[in-house]
Each structure stands twice: as structure tokens, then as C-alpha cells.
Design a protein around this ligand. Structure first.
Ligand code: NCD
Length: 322
């Protein structure tokens, strides 16, 4: 990441959100307080003035369910409107040969913020050089980052563990191509005494750049090879799918996607009573459906709920002077 991105330093107004590297613990605290405030109020109609008259573009060059829907719902609960542009490669002037730059300029004119998902790593940061008058929110840039997912994941961990330091966690799956784990590690690295176990197929290990940044931050990483090596009493298990669409050969997918499965048996043997089971979703078989009933499984519960409240909070802070 270039040094050009603004640090948040507890002042979100007008800033783009591209990477967890823009954050410090104080800024996260401010965001999490706003998130909790939204979560505490059951009548969402009471927020209709917050983004009244504002338009947010959701520009998604890659498929999405939760991220797009939760941003869309967040804007609407806050009284704003959305311009949803899904698959611009098929359904916009991009078909006629319009460039990324030109498409962005158009939506800069029509909206107050752009939420961007793009298959290329670095696309959101590049967008901030083209769009200078409104914030860009990175909703996933290829194999790079997915900051709002990591923010809601950190909020969820804090909600359950009541802390963000002194944690023991496990990350499993495609740690090479999974952007959510890249951002999550950067976030966890902002706090002290955290220890993370990494379990992935040999060919999908966490890339060196993320490992060295984590180490610089003082995060203790342990690469393990089998589920037998999962330590006792983790605060969270974070499972991810193998990113099939990012692999160049299908054989690699066949060999890796079933390698580590979160089964009821594994949960019974290795998880503590306070270990929460997380997944950014979609899951494609790597967590057995039987585990969904386990009260420790938060992926269809607080983790997705928090996605809405966190995104309400971030939009509020970005689009209103504090
Ligand atoms: C993730 C993504 O798009 O990176 N999904 C999401 O936004 N929650 C995870 C994935 O696709 O595996």
C-alpha cells in the first residue's frame, strides 16, 4: 500500500477507506462505539435523517451478496439513496469500452460516496487518485483487502471476547487469496499480545508481505499443518473458503477445497466453550451445516448482523462532519 492514504486519526469525515493500515486503536474505538449505538436502537426508523438527501453508489465489478446488500440496507436505513451498478462489464458503458477512470468520474458526479468492489488488487487505492471529491470505500480489491469485512469481524470478536488484545485466534483456509484475512490480520496487529495460528493448504499459505507486516506490528504468527495442532482455548476460529475464481488451475481447487473442514466433531474436540466460529461467507462446504446450530457459531448470527450496523456507522462518520 502506498503512503498516500490518509490516516483516520479518529476523524473519518470525507476520507476514503481502503485499508486497515489507515487505522489506529482510537479510531477503531470511535467506530465501534457508533456501531454499538446503532445496534442498541431497535427502531431503525429513527435514523432516517442521517443521510437524508445523500446518494451512495455501489459499484460492483465482482459478485457480492452480503457486502452489497448490507451497504444498500445501511444507506436506506439512514435515509439515503443508492445507485447500484452491478457487473458494469456487462450492464454499463464499460461494454462500449468505457475505461475504469471514466466510469468513476461519472459516479463521482452523481453521488456522495462510492463503494467499490473490483477484481484487481489496488483498484480502490487507484480510484482515490481519480475520484478526489468524495470518499471511496473498498468493498474488496481482488486478492488485496476487504476492510469493512475486517472491521465488522473485529467488532464481533470484541463483542464476544470483551477485548482485542491478548487474543488467541485461528485462521483457516485460503490465506493466500482471501482478502478478508489480510485485512483482519492488519487489524488484529494493532493490538498487543495477540497470537494467531494459520492453517492452510501448502499452496495457499499467507503471502510473505502480510506475514512480515504482522511481525512488524508485533503479532505472533504460528503456521500449523494439521487440525491436530490447533491450540486449546482460542477466542475465535475464522474459517474461509478456497477462492476458486482466483486459482489458475482447477486441479488445485480439487486438491485443496476439502482439506480443512469445520465439523461438529472437530468443534467438540478442539474448541473451547467460549471459542466463536466465524466465516465471512459464502461457505462452500468448509463448515458442516450441523455446526450452524452450535451457539458458538456466529457467522449467521452476530457476524452478519454486525455487518449492517458497522456499515451504518462508517457511512455516518464518513459523510457527516463530527
Ligand atoms: C468475502 C469476499 O468477497 O472477499 N465475502 C464477503 O464479502 N463477505 C469472502 C469470500 O468471497 O470468500
Amino acid at each position: 500500500m502506498s503512503k498516500g492514504l490518509p490516516q483516520i486519526k479518529s476523524d473519518f469525515f470525507g476520507k476514503s477507506i481502503i485499508s486497515l493500515k489507515q487505522f489506529d486503536p482510537e479510531s477503531l474505538e470511535k467506530l465501534f462505539t457508533a456501531t454499538s449505538d446503532f445496534k442498541a436502537v431497535s427502531d431503525k426508523k429513527s435514523f432516517r435523517e442521517v443521510l437524508k438527501g445523500k446518494v451512495v453508489t455501489l459499484l460492483f465489478y465482482e459478485p457480492s451478496s452480503r457486502t452489497r446488500a448490507s451497504f444498500d440496507a445501511a444507506v436506506k436505513y439512514l435515509g439515503g439513496n443508492t445507485l447500484v451498478v452491478e457487473n458494469p462489464q456487462q450492464f454499463s458503458s464499460v461494454v462500449k469500452g468505457e475505461t475504469f477512470e471514466d466510469t468513476l468520474r461519472v459516479f463521482e458526479t452523481y453521488s456522495d460516496a462510492i463503494v467499490l468492489r473490483h477484481p484487481e488488487k489496488g483498484a480502490s487505492e487507484k480510484a482515490t487518485k481519480i475520484v478526489t471529491s468524495i470518499p471511496i470505500i473498498n468493498a474488496g480489491d481482488g486478492v488485496g483487502e476487504h476492510p469493512t469485512q475486517a472491521l465488522l469481524d473485529l467488532f464481533t470478536i470484541k463483542e464476544h471476547a470483551a477485548k482485542l488484545s491478548g487474543l488467541k485466534g485461528l485462521l483457516v483456509g485460503d490465506l493466500k487469496n482471501g482478502r478478508t484475512v489480510h485485512s483482519l490480520l492488519d487489524g488484529i496487529g494493532l493490538y498487543k499480545n495477540n497470537e494467531i495460528y494459520l492453517l492452510s493448504p501448502e499452496s495457499l499459505k499467507l503471502p510473505e508481505e502480510y506475514k512480515s507486516h504482522a511481525k512488524e506490528e508485533g503479532l505472533k504468527l504460528h503456521e500449523i499443518k494439521t487440525t491436530d495442532e490447533i491450540p486449546n482455548l482460542c477466542d475465535f476460529w475464522y474459517w474461509t473458503r478456497v477462492q476458486k475464481e482466483r486459482l489458475t488451475n482447477i486441479d488445485q481447487y480439487q486438491k485443496t477445497h476439502n482439506q480443512f473442514i469445520l465439523s461438529a466433531k472437530l468443534a467438540g474436540e478442539k474448541a473451547g466453550k467460549n471459542t466463536i466460529f466465524m466465516h465471512p461467507l459464502p461457505r462452500v462446504g468448509e463448515i458442516e451445516t450441523e455446526v450452524d446450530r452450535d451457539p458458538r457459531a456466529v457467522y449467521f448470527r452476530s457476524q452478519i448482523q454486525n455487518g449492517l450496523y458497522l456499515r451504518m456507522a462508517i457511512l455516518t462518520l464518513l459523510l457527516n462532519p463530527q
